[in-house]
Each structure stands twice: as C-alpha cells, then as structure tokens.
Ligand binder design. Structure first.
Ligand code: AHR
Length: 349
C-alpha cells in the first residue's frame, strides 16, 4: 500500500471512531493532498483539537419557578452570577408559578440538548413523567430549592436546598420558649406559602411538631397566601375579621413578604405588630431584619437563597462523572430582635 493510501486509511479510521466527539458545526478536517504536505499523526491531531476543542463549555438549562419574593430574586441572581463565574452557559426560564410552564421549559432544554437540567419546582407532585423524558434523553437533572415527590429517585441526581422542616422547628421552638409562662389558650394564625410546595408543607409540619407538645396551643387560622406580600395582606385582613376574644396572639408567616403584608393589615386594624400579635417569619432579607430590629417582627428564621455556587459545582461534578450526595443542605440560623441590627449588615439580599 502506498503512503497516500495508508494516510487515507488512517483518516477513515479516525473518522469512524472519533467523529462523534466533535460538535457537528465544527470546521472540516484538512485532508492532505500531496505527499509533501502530509503531517505526522500528532500534528494532525493537534490541528483537529485546535479547530474543534474536545471540551465544550457546560450548558445548564434552569427552570426558575417565579419572581414572588426577594428570596427568589436573590436565588436567581446567585445562579446567574455563579454560572458566569464558572464559565457555564445558563439558559434561564421563568415559569411564573406554573408547573405546566416548567414542563415546557424542561422539554425545550431537552430539544436544545443541554448538558444538565436544573429545576426549582413550584410544587412537589406531578414530576414523574417529565423527569422520565429527561432521563430518556440522557440529561441529568438537579433539583434546586424545593423538592419533588417522585416514585423513582433515580430520576434526579441530587437536591440542593434548605431543610424546610428544620426551619419550621426553629420557628416553633422560638414561640414555645417565648410563651412558656403565658397561661390559657394561645391562638396561632398561619400564613402558608404556595399550596403543595415543599416549604409550605414542611415548615408547617416542623412548626406543629414542636407546638403539638403543648396542650394550650390552638391553630385557630391557617390559609395559603402564595408567598406574596399582597396575598399576605389580604389573608391577614380576613383573619382579623373575628371578635377580639378569637383573635390570634401569634402569627407564623411562611416567608418575609407575607409578614410584610400582614403587618400592614394589623396596623390597619389599629393593632401593633410585634406587640399585640407576635410575628415570626422565614427567609431573612435585609428588609425583614430592619423591621425585626424596629420591633414589628419578633423573630426571623433564615432560609438561604444563595445556592448558585453549589449548583454550578454540582453540574461540573456530574459532567466529570463523579457521584454526588442525594441531598445538599445549606447551614441556617434564626435571627431575633437582639441580633437583627448586627446581622443586617451582612445580608446579601
Ligand atoms: O422555596 C423557598 C421559598 O420560596 C422562600 O421562603 C420564599 O420566600 C420563596 O418564595
């Protein structure tokens, strides 16, 4: 076999075994035309690598559930910033509180052949089929912030987000200790988040798990207010339309925004938030800590939205073929009126 023929054989072999490594839009490989121009195999491989890099940047498709709170905005910004810092291409879609829109986003990520799909799920249930679609497409899924309730846990790689049950426990312990010596029935009102969402379910359960120990506690009013200030104000307005002797002495708001709305309703009713009604909220935005320091909220349980760096790290690890823990939880605290002014200086949202 002549020198030219051997080269053609080698080129054909390389194409058969290696072509799929490169992106389809890569430039064509230069085919030598004369004996004199023939490069060595090493030179040829280098020129191919130079034109069509083996390692392309990671593409993450992220379905964010909405824009309902300062927490959510900080979460989105953290994910965008971390993607930029890690050189990861982020395709972000806002689902505006609609699970159907989240399904559409996941399908569009599958069509775009992203490397990793990340989802902040608006509610827990109903994810089995869409995650099966991602699995069939061979795209790993990371669940961020809230959880999914699926039969087959192999449908996602890991969940990165807070322990909402523990947040409810912290709120419950604060109320239990604060009202330890108060005699008689203590009525508690609760502004829940989005129905069917993990934080709403688990914060409520954690909170009750502590207060169930006390026989003078009555959950007198409880309703969803969708984690928004507007709904918080409307629902609290309704809660306050009861005779004085039935009014709650405590409000547990599942997030800061609903507490802000409730404070407006309480003031409108001629009452003093933080005094006539003890208020505990969750998240810990700078605004909440300022109101806490001012005395209109009594305690704020921290929920950390800055999950971007962990998400990007997880995406890289998955692409590198490493195994991740099934659950990753950030460390969180509880803020009181004593610690609020100091903590406010460090808040990043
Ligand atoms: O899932 C996290 C919760 O969602 C935050 O507590 C709340 O503010 C947000 O809307």
């Amino acid at each position: 076999m002549g020198k030219m023929a051997s080269w053609l054989c080698i080129l054909l072999l390389l194409c058969l075994t290696g072509c799929t490594t490169y992106e389809s839009e890569s430039k064509p490989v230069p085919v030598p035309t004369t004996d004199e121009s023939l490069p060595s195999i090493e030179e040829w491989m280098q020129s191919v690598e130079y034109m069509t890099p083996l390692k392309k940047s990671i593409v993450v498709g992220f379905s964010q559930l909405g824009t309902e709170s300062a927490w959510r905005m900080a979460n989105t910004t953290s994910i965008q910033d971390a993607a930029k810092e890690s050189g990861i291409t982020l395709i972000l879609k806002n689902a505006e509180q609609s699970q159907t829109k989240q399904f559409e986003a996941v399908r569009s990520f599958i069509r775009q052949k992203v490397d990793v799909i990340a989802i902040a799920p608006v509610v827990e249930s109903g994810w089995d089929d869409i995650l099966q679609e991602a699995k069939r497409a061979g795209i790993p899924v990371i669940i961020v912030d809230r959880s999914v309730d699926v039969q087959d846990s192999s449908l996602f790689v890991t969940t990165i987000g807070s322990d909402f049950y523990e947040e409810g426990v912290k709120a419950g312990k604060y109320i239990r200790d604060r009202l330890r010596n108060v005699p008689g029935t203590i009525r508690i009102a609760e502004l829940q988040g989005t129905s069917g969402s993990t934080p709403s379910i688990q914060r409520g359960e954690g909170f009750r798990s502590i207060l169930a120990e006390r026989d003078n506690i009555l959950f007198s009013q409880s309703a969803p207010a969708d984690f928004t200030e507007d709904k918080g104000r409307q629902v609290m307005d309704r809660f306050l339309q009861v005779p004085e002797e039935e009014r709650a002495q405590v409000l547990f708001a599942h997030n800061d925004e609903m507490a802000f709305g409730a404070i407006q309703a309480i003031q409108k009713a001629g009452l003093k938030p933080g005094e006539d009604i003890i208020i505990v909220s969750v998240d810990g935005s700078r605004k909440a800590l300022r109101i806490l320091a001012d005395g209109q909220i009594n305690a704020v349980v921290e929920c950390n939205p800055l999950l971007g760096p962990q998400l990007m790290q997880a995406a890289k690890e998955i692409i590198a073929g490493r195994t991740l823990p099934k659950r990753m939880v950030p460390r969180e605290d509880i803020f009181t009126q004593e610690s609020a002014s100091r903590e406010m200086l460090h808040r990043r949202f």
